[in-house]
Design a protein around this ligand. Structure first.
Ligand code: WQD
Length: 319
């Protein structure tokens, strides 16, 4: 028996793959290496496959049969909000076309367990500070829309052919569990600030007049290692017969402002840098913090790391 991890050579996927492997599970990786790195999955059977391509279904079916796959963790997707606004067709084609092929292969081979990588982006700009899964989703960009529709696709498969699934709505993922699995893309706040420091430029704070204590945006930063463990908990949850929900937030339940993140980075790196106040970024909610009671209660999962551990591990991994 093994678990197939799509996007397993990516930053988050490789943490999931490694933690599963270290817990004694056989892991098979599928990744198109568009942003993933082969070096993160050395020693794991890996298929270089773009899920939305023609023929992907039969390749997946062959892999699932060969490796006796019993569950899938599906992370492979495009994930840049700004890019999704400019190239919506690519996001629908790759994220949802890929998921359709994956679900078809699962159905055809009788693989009935799925953990789906969803996102807090599916909430849009909620008017509450602590966001629970009962909040009506209202994604404001194509990326978030593909994540919400991906959840619906999984629910439809449950109705149609008995798929058991969990969708994990990630909040702001950062940090590194192993140095070689660091986030090498500079798309999110912490890696962007590190890149600026290395380049000798000033990091930017987008907006300083939000209705928050220091005026900068608040987010719920969750350590990638804690997130990886949430996938292990989700796979276990799929084996229980008392499942009450399909959708779970993954965060810490605590918020940090951009200025607090900058301060933590100063403490961790020992670099006394200055940051620049920049205009607000379109579509940024002032505050987004996960209500984590559901995953705490039902999966017995809780984040173990805070902002200090996140920044320290991320800095160590790239230093
Ligand atoms: C964090 C905070 C910025 C850069 C995104 C996606 C979300 C999810 C996680 C995938 C915000 C501020 C940033 C900078 C700044 N992705 N910022 N200066 O936008 O909260 O969430 O990543 O699932 O769907 O939307 O993350 O890291 O871009 O920004 O001040 O140079 O840092 O305004 O408040 P975001 P982020």
């Amino acid at each position: 028996m093994s678990v197939l991890v799509t996007g397993g050579a990516g930053y988050i996927g490789s943490h999931v793959a490694r933690i599963l492997q270290q817990s004694g599970t056989n892991v098979v990786v599928v990744d198109d290496l568009s942003t993933g790195l082969d070096s993160r999955v050395l020693g794991l059977p890996t298929s270089h496959l773009e899920l939305s391509t023609q023929g992907a279904t039969s390749t997946l079916e062959a892999l699932m049969t060969e490796h006796k796959v019993s569950a899938v963790v599906h992370l492979a997707a495009l994930k840049q909000v700004g890019e999704s606004v400019n190239k919506p067709e690519q996001y629908f084609l790759k994220n949802l076309g890929g998921q359709a092929n994956l679900l078809t292969a699962m159905r055809n081979t009788g693989v009935k367990k799925l953990v789906f990588s969803s996102s807090a982006a599916s909430y849009g700009v909620p008017d509450v500070d602590l966001v629970s899964e009962d909040q009506t989703p209202n994604p404001i960009n194509p990326y978030g829309q593909t994540k919400l529709i991906g959840e619906w696709m999984a629910s439809n498969a449950e109705t149609a052919w008995g798929l058991s699934h969990v969708s994990l709505r990630y909040f702001n993922v950062a940090g590194a569990g192993w140095d070689d699995l660091a986030d090498t893309q500079k798309l999110n706040l912490i890696p962007i600030v590190f890149a600026a420091l290395k380049a000798g430029s000033k990091p930017k704070v987008f907006g300083n007049d939000y209705q928050t204590p220091d005026g900068s945006c608040i987010r719920d930063y969750v350590h990638v290692m804690d997130l990886a463990k949430a996938h292990v908990a989700a796979l276990k949850y799929l084996d229980t017969d008392t499942r009450a929900h399909n959708v779970f937030n993954v965060g810490t339940g605590r918020g940090s402002s951009v200025v607090e993140v900058m301060d933590q980075i100063k403490t961790t790196t020992g670099i006394d840098f200055e940051y620049e106040m920049a205009p607000k970024r379109a579509g940024d909610p002032p505050s987004l913090i996960a209500d984590v009671r559901r995953i705490n209660n039902e999966m017995n999962w809780k984040s173990e790391n805070g902002l200090a551990e996140i920044v320290e591990s991320a800095w160590k991994a790239i230093s």
